[in-house]
Design a protein. Sequence first.
Length: 94
Amino acid sequence: MWRNAVAALVPEADRSGELLDLEEAEASLADDRCYLLVGTRGDEPAGILSAFRFPDVECGGYRVYLYSIEVHPSHRRQGIGAALVSHLIDLCDG
């Protein structure tokens, strides 16, 4: 699903090189510091979010850096991006 989401949602001009291969993606997704969320409409990807959690050396605990978020133009202004961010916050709080 993630590969289809990236191909459908991230303009080719904005990609730096090839998409991750399956092994690279599995390694990233196995790392509990990496977040890759896909929002769908039906069976189609409508949005994608990637984020990374790292230690906060100043205050303790962790910070999460929202690296990128894309919503397909035909699905914008429908709450998909907000839902992805809200789900990320829930994952980080839980």
